[in-house]
Ligand binder design. Structure first.
Ligand SMILES: *Cc1c(COP(=O)(O)O)cnc(C)c1O
Ligand SMILES: [Zn+2]
Length: 418
């Protein structure tokens, strides 16, 4: 299946296989490396010298567009104007001095990507995926997802009148399924794992010719996710922090984060790339395992309440390992209890409500501070990748139920002034 257009992509040099390093021209029509098959995920290589002439600190400062399309010269699109209208990106980066004091670090920055149109970082990828599908003349798009890729794809597709067929595992939280239904997607709740849902959507894409938004296959999605890294660098006045924490399931997001931070440096916008810490849930940590054993990934049966990163067979593990290694970074796991603690702490101290996978990066930062991995002079950023309203069942699990009172001031007084 070839869905790659060629004209107008002169700012792209080539596609390169992350497994065997083979190079392919942008007009080769490949979504994956033909020599390596599904293991051969491609990476898009840009002509940074040419892009640097168009994208400068000054041109960005003068650009009134606050969405992630402000980085359009770095997007793999023939015509960046032809895209979903939703306002993706431009999410806030908060400095949280009380949290920094508690953690014993110089500064902690929270990048709240839960404020995207469908409330997760995945909107960055889906907006580019749908733009690529429009480019390819596709009228139907599909993906499998633990939840957020699905809701973001459904929203982006709805915004341009494209039909979306979505495969989600049975464990997807209700709010995410509700988003799909409201956006009018054709939803298939697969009685099985995320891996089963993935295989089913792959098979349908192949048999029915639907455009494939699966990030384990489509090399262009990471080019949307990289804008989170570009934004962090720009929002720091091109003085990026020492460490950036990211929660990891499939591995696509952290690679995108790294690529954006790295491109900011390539283009001469910022002077360094922060060290990345990839954080996985302890029950779903095959990439951390591969990093620590310095071996290829071994799939596992994943189990964590952080549904968005409950991935036993990550497709982008190679890209994720490369990103963290390139940045001289590290890998960490956190338990489900640490994730729930992080949700409460982040909510109560910073006013930011993340879903379990959304706060996993912050849970990693808390743990790294306790372990002495990050020091008192360090500036640290944690990306909150999904909004807490997507999974209120686990939020209430973290906080406990609210207190009930009769409608009586004396009863309240007994509580306030016991
Ligand atoms: C998808 C997702 C992640 C992880 O991204 P991967 O590309 O799967 O590693 C983290 N947090 C949230 C909220 C997500 O939806
Ligand atoms: Zn290859």
């Amino acid at each position: 299946m070839t869905h790659v257009l060629t004209a107008g992509l002169s700012h792209i040099l080539r596609l390169r296989c992350v497994r065997c390093d083979a190079e392919y021209p942008t007009d080769s029509g490949h979504l994956i490396c033909p020599a390596c098959g599904r293991d051969g995920i491609l990476d898009v290589e840009f002509d940074y010298a040419a892009i640097a002439e168009r994208l400068t600190r000054e041109s960005l400062a003068a650009n009134p567009d606050t969405t992630h399309w402000r980085y359009a010269p770095l997007m793999p699109l023939v015509n960046p104007e032809r895209r979903p209208p939703l306002a993706v990106g431009g999410s806030p980066l908060y400095s949280c001095p009380r949290l920094a004091a508690e953690l014993g670090v110089n500064e902690i920055l929270i990048k709240d990507d839960g404020l995207n149109p469908t409330a997760s970082l995945k909107d960055r990828a889906s907006s580019v995926g749908v733009a690529k599908a429009l480019e390819a003349g596709a009228t139907v798009i599909t993906c499998a997802s633990t939840g957020n890729a699905a809701s973001s794809l459904a929203g982006a597709a709805a915004s341009v009148g494209m039909e979306a067929h979505i495969f989600v595992p049975a464990r997807a939280p209700e709010a995410k399924v509700a988003q799909l239904l409201v956006f009018g997607a054709k939803v298939y709740v697969v009685e099985g794992t995320y891996e089963d849902a993935f295989e089913l959507s792959m098979a349908c894409a192949e048999r029915l010719g639907w455009y494939n938004r699966n990030s384990g296959i489509n090399p262009y999605l990471v080019e949307g996710k990289k804008t989170v890294g570009l934004e962090i660098a720009e929002q720091c006045g091109w003085q990026p922090p020492d460490w950036v924490f990211a929660s990891v399931g499939d591995g696509c997001s952290i690679y995108g984060l790294w690529k954006g931070l790295w491109e900011a440096e390539q283009l001469g916008l910022s002077h360094r790339v922060p060290r990345l810490i990839g954080v996985q849930a302890a029950g779903a940590a095959p990439i951390v395992e591969a990093a620590h054993s310095e071996s290829d990934l071994v799939p596992i049966a994943a189990e964590t309440l952080a549904d968005s990163i409950c991935v036993g067979t990550p497709r982008n593990w190679r890209k994720a390992l490369n990103a963290v290694a390139e940045s001289d970074g590290k890998w960490l796991t956190v338990t489900d209890d640490e994730i729930l603690d992080a949700m409460r702490v982040l909510g109560a101290r910073a006013g930011v409500f993340g879903e379990p996978a959304g706060v996993t990066a912050f849970a990693g930062a808390v743990k790294a501070a306790k372990m002495g991995l990050i020091g008192s002079n360090d500036r640290v950023c944690a990306v909150v990748s999904g909004n807490g309203l997507k999974d209120v069942v686990n939020a209430i699990r973290a906080t406990g139920q609210a207190r009930r009172v009769p409608p009586d001031i004396e009863a309240v007084m007994k509580i306030v002034r016991p």
